[in-house]
Design a protein around this ligand. Structure first.
Ligand code: G4P
Length: 527
């Protein structure tokens, strides 16, 4: 069912190492999609280094990231859903989870820097999930690396085959444009930040004599040699190899100069996958199934002070999601209903009546949702593969205002539901340890606890190396927990966790209890 709706949807994320040009490219997509009239309308949601201690800045930027979390626009008969991801590395978890809700990605690479840290990590997640990737090599108006070297670097470092669909003619100040390999045409470069069409010149392949006039003899000669080499090495591209995530098509351009955007966007809507099936603990769910299913991949505090509730982002996986219809919240085993679900059209939020596979719906939440929660029409299942990460930094939460204990308790429970940090509680005494992947989270937590919940607190460093979830024979785990009782705490689901002080202590535990697996991540749903 709903084939025609599903075949229109393209749900994807633009990912990059910070500063490669993700925000600029997103903006240019909206510009080309007719959603904004001028460049500069989309602000970066990245939290800059200098802002790390500037709380107002964090708040402001969080606000922007809510507003631009999902951008939907129609383009050439399709509905394009761009899911935004935070650039800052301390919020990488948020990015990885968002990647569970997309069907493909566009990876932006800075031609000067090539493959960078975050590029590698993000691609690892895409490889794990077999997400189809298109690569956009950006900033061709700058003197960058040799394009052949860049392709080699992508293949070697990202473990994926690449296939250029456009080819640059020089770079930096001498950048002349790109040759479009499939259509055998030239897209001539002109530094321009506002135009919305490319100057495409159809030529008769690289042998066409007009090439020499258009780009100069030397450039034409070099292009002929390059294209011969490319044809020899890469041959024809096969769409199925892209869809199975074995081959990544590559484009060259300059987002800032609106150059190469049109061909990227047109190719994207043409070849990118429609909503794909997804795994649950019971079975594979197909987008065309008549019954609705979906999962929560992101939770965000509502910044509007008049509404203290939160926004849960639901990815629809199958069927039709409808306003005011009751659905089953499978973890809580209760019925839930939404009177004001909304979609994210351009820069506004609009109450929606129905959504289909591939769509993202914003749900007002009063504390019912955790990341990974599943909604269905009754079937008791849970979507799998939403990653949870091994916390790297641990601190104890110290209450500074005993009169506000309740507020602090509520705040820390709710904020950790958002996936910002992991919470471990030790009994007796209810000591609370918080684990994160980055420093910035503690600042954000402290600030939000005070501003949103009126609770004053401090985070004190604790010597904890890793939090380990234990899997193994019950008697062994019971024995171990008795032996290390001072280092056992409980996660939010009540599962016992061993807080190992050092790598050495963890190794000792592994040696002493070989039948217990000490896992440093607790997949929200393993898969
Ligand atoms: P990000 O979201 O991936 O972090 O990157 P963003 O788009 O914010 O771009 C990072 C910087 O790179 C910005 O400059 C942006 O203008 C610049 N940039 C993006 N695309 C191109 C391009 O094609 N060519 C060149 N030369 N630069 C490009 P900035 O100075 O950090 O910010 P701004 O003051 O220009 O906004």
């Amino acid at each position: 069912m709903y084939e025609s709706e599903i075949s229109q949807r393209k749900t994807f994320a633009i990912i990059s190492h910070p500063d490669a040009g993700k925000t600029t490219l997103t903006e240019k997509f909206l510009l080309f999609g007719g959603q904004i009239q001028t460049a500069g309308a989309v602000k970066s949601n990245k939290i800059t280094k200098t802002a790390a201690s500037d709380f107002m800045e964090i708040e402001k930027q969080r606000g922007i990231s809510v507003a631009t979390s999902v951008m939907t626009f129609p383009y050439k008969g399709k509905w394009v859903n761009i899911l935004d991801t935070p650039g800052h590395k301390d919020f990488a978890e948020d990015t990885y989870r968002t990647l569970t809700a997309v069907d493909s990605v566009i990876l932006v690479i800075d031609c000067v820097k090539g493959v960078e840290d975050q590029t590698r990590r993000l691609m690892e997640v895409c490889r794990m999930r077999n997400t189809p990737v298109i690569v956009f090599i950006n900033k061709m108006d700058r003197d960058g690396k040799d394009p052949f070297d860049l392709l080699d670097e992508l293949e070697n470092e990202l473990n994926i085959q690449v296939h250029p669909l456009s080819w640059p003619i020089n770079g930096g100040r001498d950048f002349k444009g790109v040759y479009l390999l499939p259509s055998k045409s030239l897209n001539l470069f002109e530094s321009n930040k506002t135009k919305k069409t490319d100057d495409i010149v159809k030529v008769n392949g690289v042998e066409d004599e007009r090439l020499d006039q258009l780009i100069g003899d030397n450039n034409a000669k070099k292009l002929r040699e390059d294209v011969e080499l490319i044809d020899g090495v890469y041959g024809d591209i096969n769409k199925d190899d892209y869809l199975s995530a074995d081959v990544a098509p590559v484009f060259f351009g300059s987002a800032l100069n609106n150059f190469g955007i049109q061909e990227l966007l047109d190719t994207f809507v043409y070849i990118a996958p429609n909503p794909l099936s997804r795994h649950t603990d019971l079975r594979e769910v197909e987008p065309t199934e008549s019954k609705f299913t979906g999962f929560i991949f992101k939770i965000h505090a509502n910044l509007d002070p008049r509404h203290r509730d939160r926004i849960a982002f639901l990815r629809v996986c199958s069927g039709k999601f409808e306003r005011n219809k009751g659905y089953k919240h499978t973890r809580l085993e209760k019925q839930v209903k939404f009177s004001n679900p909304y979609t994210f059209l351009a820069d506004s939020k609009e109450v929606m009546e129905a959504a289909y596979a591939g769509d993202v719906v914003g749900l007002y939440d009063t504390g019912n949702f955790k990341i990974g929660d599943t909604l269905t029409e009754g079937e008791k299942m849970i979507f799998k593969g939403i990653p949870s990460f091994s916390p790297e930094i641990f601190r104890e939460l110290i209450n500074l205002d005993p009169m506000k204990s309740k507020q602090l308790e509520k705040g820390i429970q709710q904020l950790t539901d958002e996936g910002l940090a992991s919470l471990f509680t030790q009994e007796p005494g209810s000591r609370k340890f918080v684990g994160t992947v980055g420093e910035l989270q503690f600042e954000v937590l402290q600030y939000r606890l005070e501003n949103e919940y009126g609770a004053k607190c401090r985070f004190e460093p604790r010597a904890i190396h890793k939090a380990c979830w234990m899997i193994g024979p019950k008697d062994q785990i019971d024995d171990f927990m008795k032996y290390r009782q001072n280092n056992i705490a409980y996660d939010k689901d009540g599962k016992p966790v061993f807080l190992a002080e050092t790598a050495y202590i963890l190794r000792m535990a592994i040696d002493k209890y070989p039948d217990i697996a000490f896992n440093t991540t607790n997949e929200i749903q393993a898969g």
